[in-house]
Design a protein around this ligand. Structure first.
Ligand code: S3P
Length: 451
């Protein structure tokens, strides 16, 4: 896949104030799930606003490999002709998920309770990430697994003739693990129960209910979410309108707050309560973010954001907020570089196993740009100031969000900032540079002379 191709360094530097109205691409979590659940329904699901990024296109290939027909229509929407739960065909080739953690983990859940064999591979980043968190509950449901040492990719699985329903307590705050178990439970007779001590994004629960599954969510005496799913439902095709991705919106939000004189409107952003931790945090830091035109589409709240350049101050970000902004810490760290005083971010242990070790990648990136920070096993403290320095080159480690976060730093810093590979951005936000250039940002291919 393209991440194995030659790296393409990219530099950003201060342009004009950022102004204009934009839309960010469709939500990545909802896009993956639309293709997957459409495959498991019988009939035609339509998806408007699908994120057309490498990660999501890898999921489309995987779903085609088990028999779904997925096509782009002339109006830009996608159709998924599903073949139905229990009827998946055995893939004829190895499935390459590239960089896509959500794609591979959720697909392992779906395939793992079907009596088919499948082999999964990924790029250098995905091949380092732990898969045991999904493979272990699958083993408990009767799936045979052969994986590289430490349960890394490449991995092969074969589901049992009849999977066992499971009661599973998710050991780490992970929507991917929760989802993989629920999706495996779809093809197991009886009730699958997932207990979630720390709430995470709930797109799987909401969307499965929309596709007609019998699924309920309650709280137990300890206040933990208990999700009950009745196995072997008949899923009904849906018409889905994918809202803008709040994780992608994080980049123009932080850019607009930190580039002096900016005033940007970002339309149609998903405002699901499990995804809005960054907005809450930036408002606490003094960010001028106004949410207008709140409305509901397809069972999700969306709204438009008006963001103006602001004087930010450092704060302590509650650790309990981490799951609702887990992908946003790199860009929050960039905002913190411009905030007066210290921003303390605890509860970051899951950042170590993202597309890169994001805690280390962020800390090294800040240091390369003269911004003081302290990294511990699971915390980051950034000491900011109005004039973040810049001038450094950041190693992205095949991590799209590291690349985008540090390009945002370059937009507002004293000196340009270079990332060693801008091509990785295609994982989640292919139009990143075009969209930012339209707002007034300045990019140059290669390393800057001043950097
Ligand atoms: C996702 C869950 C999160 C998040 C990822 C998308 C999902 O991963 O980081 O980008 O769509 O379920 P974890 O489950 O590892 O926290």
């Amino acid at each position: 896949m393209s991440h194995d191709s030659a790296p393409a360094p990219l530099t950003s530097s201060m342009g004009t104030p950022l102004t204009g109205t934009i839309r960010v691409p469709g939500d990545k979590s909802i896009s993956h799930r639309s293709l997957m659940f459409g495959t498991l329904a019988v009939g035609r699901t339509t998806v408007k606003g699908l994120l057309e990024s490498e990660d999501v296109l890898a999921t489309a290939s995987a779903m085609r490999a088990v028999g779904a027909r997925i096509e782009k229509q002339p109006d830009g929407s996608y159709t998924v002709d599903g073949i139905g739960l229990g009827s998946l065909l055995e893939p004829e080739h190895v499935i390459d998920f590239g960089n896509a953690g959500t794609g591979v983990r959720l697909t392992m859940g779906i395939f793992g309770s079907h009596n088919i064999a499948a082999t999964f591979i990924g790029d250098a980043s995905l091949s380092k990430r732990p898969m045991g968190r999904v493979l272990n509950p699958l083993r408990d449901m009767g799936t045979n697994v052969i994986a590289r040492d430490g349960d890394r990719l490449p991995a092969s699985i074969r589901g049992p003739e009849q999977a066992l329903p499971l009661t599973y307590r998710v050991p780490m705050p992970s929507a991917q693990v929760k989802s993989a178990v629920l999706l495996a439970g779809l093809n197991a007779p009886g009730e699958t129960v997932v207990i979630e001590p720390i709430p995470t994004r709930d797109h799987t629960e909401k969307m499965l209910a929309g596709f007609g599954a019998e699924i309920s969510v309650s709280l137990n005496e300890a206040g933990e979410r208990v999700i009950r799913l009745k196995g072997q439902p008949e899923l009904k095709p849906q018409n889905i309108d994918v809202p803008g991705d709040p994780s992608s919106a994080g980049f123009p939000i932080v850019a607009a707050l930190t580039v002096p004189g900016s005033d940007v409107i970002i339309g149609n952003v998903l405002l699901n309560e499990h995804r809005t931790g960054l907005i809450t945090t930036l408002i606490e830091m003094g960010g001028d973010i106004e949410i207008v035109n709140r409305r509901e589409t397809g069972g999700e709240e969306v709204g438009d954001l008006r963001v103006k350049a602001s004087r930010l101050k450092g704060i302590t970000v509650p650790a309990t907020r981490a799951p609702s902004m887990i992908d946003e810490y790199p860009v929050l760290a960039v905002a913190a570089a411009f905030a007066q005083g210290d921003t303390f971010m605890p509860g970051l242990e899951e950042l170590r196993v993202k597309e890169s070790d994001r805690l280390a990648a962020v800390a090294r990136g800040l240091e390369a740009n003269g911004i003081p920070c302290v990294e511990t096993e699971d915390t980051l403290t950034v000491t900011g100031g109005a004039n973040a320095i810049g001038g450094g080159t950041v190693v992205t480690h095949l991590d799209h969000r590291i690349a985008m976060a540090f390009l945002v730093l370059g937009m507002a810093a004293h000196k340009p900032v270079t990332v060693d590979d801008g091509a990785v951005i295609a994982t989640s936000f292919p139009d990143f540079t075009a969209l930012f250039s339209g707002l007034g940002a300045k990019f140059a291919a290669g390393a800057s002379e001043a950097a």
